[in-house]
Design a protein around this ligand. Sequence first.
Ligand code: PAF
Length: 279
Amino acid sequence: MIIFKKASDLSKYLENQIKNEKKVGFVPTMGALHQGHISLILQSSKENDLTVCSIFINPTQFNDKDDFNKYPVTIEDDIHLLELNGCSILFLPDETEIYPPNFIKKNYELGYLEYCLEGIYRPGHYQGVCMVVDSLLSIIQCHNLYLGQKDYQQCKVIGKLIEICKINTRLHITPTVREPNGLAMSSRNRRLSNAEKEHAGLIFSTMLTIKNQLKEGDLSLIQSNASNTLSNEGFMIDYIEITDLNLNQVKSWDGKISLIVLVAVVTNHVRLIDNMIIC
Ligand code: PAF
């Protein structure tokens, strides 16, 4: 695996590779890699000649300084894991490579996607995500971009970014990788004890209950039952919402459109999000 720290070196290298007809896949990350990230690397390696992974803890997407300061950093382990899994290139920039002094801050017109669900609890978060992904995509110019469904709203936002900025890349969303008890893999799980991780499997089983109880008509009862289950088990609930696949809230279901349940809860100061397509 080749490690690049300078954006200009990486761009030059990739330009040459692309001239030689090499297909480039890209997996953006903030490090603290786990099997969820690795599944993206493996899919990209299958579908491209070169796979680039970036590790950059992006300050502009953290609305909470404490969350930024506590974000796990495990760079040696990450490099090892990427090498083991056939990643071709690691981009490891510092802040000035992503946000050089002449960087012009844009405002991305994301509409509703920016203000619903996560947007309510993390104001400014998706502008920061767009800023970094826009910058990374202009450096990397990949044919294919890989993101995990666990951050469903982020996938929708980046889809919108690609559309409004007319970026020439194809977005692939890959299924959430889970622990045996159903807990979605996340870098933030490192801040949970084993007992807390075990307990957090309830998020998955609660979503599964919603899926199993789903029937046409008013959805408020199954939603409030799910909410009671999790709060009785000590989770602080930011939201449990049932929406269509574009994140518009659905209160009463006609039995026809696809639905997704999205959950954000806090347990012992660790905020966990997850989702499940339920029909
Ligand atoms: O999902 C993440 O890890 C980040 O939001 C991303 C896409 C790498 C942008 O910093």
